[in-house]
Design a protein around this ligand. Structure first.
Ligand SMILES: [Zn+2]
Length: 137
């Protein structure tokens, strides 16, 4: 795990285990794949949460019930925090932001993850927006 990624997740989650809320020191933390790696969960920031050792061990490859809501919430947070790269796209930041903030659905591909909403669709791979599709009204 990249130390910068670990630090971001630590700060984002306020130093608390995402599952039980336990206060953790940075050297005590585990980084948990919310959608388990064994179930195809990605390494994107929006799929990583802070976890204590106990919860990480207990959770293993369980898929949490609120997985879609959490992945969508953390994707929006990552976008806001400048953790999602889209430098390679010629997109208007305002329009892109509208699409992102209205996302309410997720489709999990083999590697890429699609986020959809009334204003359009974005595909993310490796913390990077690879395609943007605007809704036609
Ligand atoms: Zn915990």
């Amino acid at each position: 795990m990249d130390r910068r990624v670990k630090k971001y997740i630590y700060l984002r989650d306020g130093g608390h285990c995402y599952h039980c809320g336990k206060d953790l020191k940075i050297n005590q933390v585990n980084i948990d794949h919310y959608n388990p790696k064994s179930k195809g969960g990605s390494n994107d920031d929006f799929n990583l949460v802070l976890s204590c050792r106990k919860c990480n061990k207990y959770k293993r490859s369980m898929v949490p019930m609120d997985i879609d809501a959490v992945n969508i919430l953390l994707m929006k947070q990552a976008f806001q925090d400048g953790r999602i790269n889209f430098d390679n796209l010629k997109e208007d930041i305002i329009e892109l932001r509208k699409i992102v903030y209205d996302v309410n659905k997720i489709n999990r591909g083999a590697k890429k993850v699609e986020f959809l909403g009334p204003k359009g669709k974005i595909t993310i791979f490796d913390n990077k927006i690879v395609t943007v599709q605007h809704s036609v009204v």
